[in-house]
Ligand binder design. Structure first.
Ligand code: TRP
Length: 340
């Protein structure tokens, strides 16, 4: 039996295409460390992905690729529970209950919905609107106490906390759902586009040169870093000056994230110099870390049976916890679950 003890993490990654170094530094690399201190559930949120149009063949391939990337990056399936959301039906079931708890007004304030639906709101799927209820279900099914989130997901986590509180209050079951705490990623692990230091690195950016994917080959990494935007000055010597140059700051964050060297030390090393040697060294470090991960991802993608077996083991472990929670919820709400 899996124990959900006092420190449980749940996090979700959407299977919507190539994972890049922003996903790695902002999320996956930290997940690897968290495995030692928390009971971890790492979920590939395929039901979230279909709130916008997906190509079915690519969706299943991308789901496997997220699992491969997790494992290749050092998430240990013996320690952590790795699974895809749609395999554990309690996610959809609990999200329906939450559709009936969450108020329309709460959802209408979600900035991600406004951004994603854009001007053509009439044409957005209703799934996109209730997306945060499904995310709350992901988290609360496992009674997660902590959720690692980037800035863009903070508001959804606040909503999750509101849902947990309202459910506990409405059904008179104080403390049934814990109120999960965010673990906010620090600014240096927020990786921006290589072309524009004010834009988040994103898999949906039209320019492939704006990001480095975890499956990029050496020559492509070197080329992208060479082309990355810098500034018309040499490397400044103070953090203050650097913070004003968003592209330089971003490259330093990447360098620091991948090398483990503090930014201050890097600034000392490169101050007053032009960016060619800096970029050469940065490429080398990226290649050193990414190459082994990338070849492992490719190897794992050749063995989909293995990946599916890992996911099945994860699903079974996740189900043990999720079934207990959803059965309790049905009882609390007064739904009869008549099954053998
Ligand atoms: N909404 C998150 C994102 O787009 C993904 C996600 C789904 C998630 N369920 C989650 C993140 C639960 C943390 C916890 O990045």
């Amino acid at each position: 039996m899996i124990e959900t003890n006092s420190r449980t993490i749940l996090s979700g990654v959407q299977p919507s295409g190539d994972l890049h170094i922003g996903n790695y530094l902002g999320a996956i690399k930290n997940f690897v460390k968290m495995q030692n201190d928390f009971k971890c559930f790492f979920c590939v949120v395929d039901l979230h992905a279909i709130t916008v149009k997906q190509n079915p063949e690519l969706l299943s391939r991308n789901t496997l690729e997220v699992v491969a990337t997790y494992i290749a990056s050092g998430i240990n399936p013996e320690k952590s529970v790795i699974f895809n959301q749609s395999s554990v039906s309690a996610h959809a079931e609990l999200s329906w209950i939450f559709n009936c708890v969450t108020r329309m007004g709460w959802l209408s304030r979600m900035t991600q919905f406004k951004d994603k639906a854009g001007k053509d709101r009439e044409n957005a799927s209703s799934g996109l609107f209730i997306y945060p209820n499904l995310m709350a279900a992901d988290i609360l099914l496992y009674k997660a106490t902590h959720v690692p989130v980037g800035n863009d997901q903070k508001q959804h986590l606040e909503l999750t906390r509101d849902i947990a509180q309202k459910f506990n209050r409405d059904f008179n079951c104080e403390k049934f759902f814990p109120i999960p705490e965010p673990i906010i990623e620090d600014n240096t692990s927020r990786i921006m586009s290589l072309k524009d230091g004010n834009q988040k690195m994103s898999k949906s950016d039209l320019s492939d040169n704006s990001r480095i994917s975890m499956t990029d080959e050496t020559d492509s990494i070197v080329k992208k870093i060479k082309k990355a935007k810098t500034a018309d000055v040499n490397m400044p010597s103070t953090m203050n000056e650097i913070l004003k140059l968003s592209e330089i700051n971003n490259l330093l964050n990447i360098y620091s994230g991948f090398s483990g060297k503090e930014k201050k030390i890097l600034i000392n090393e490169y101050q007053g110099k032009n960016f060619s040697k800096f970029k050469e060294d940065l490429s080398e470090i990226l290649v050193d870390v990414i190459n082994p991960i990338s070849s492992e991802i490719k190897k794992l993608m050749q063995d989909q049976k293995f990946l599916k077996r890992i996911m099945l083991e994860g699903t079974n472990k996740a189900n043990q916890v999720a079934k207990k929670t959803i059965n309790d919820v049905y009882d609390i709400v007064g739904l009869i679950r008549n099954e053998t």
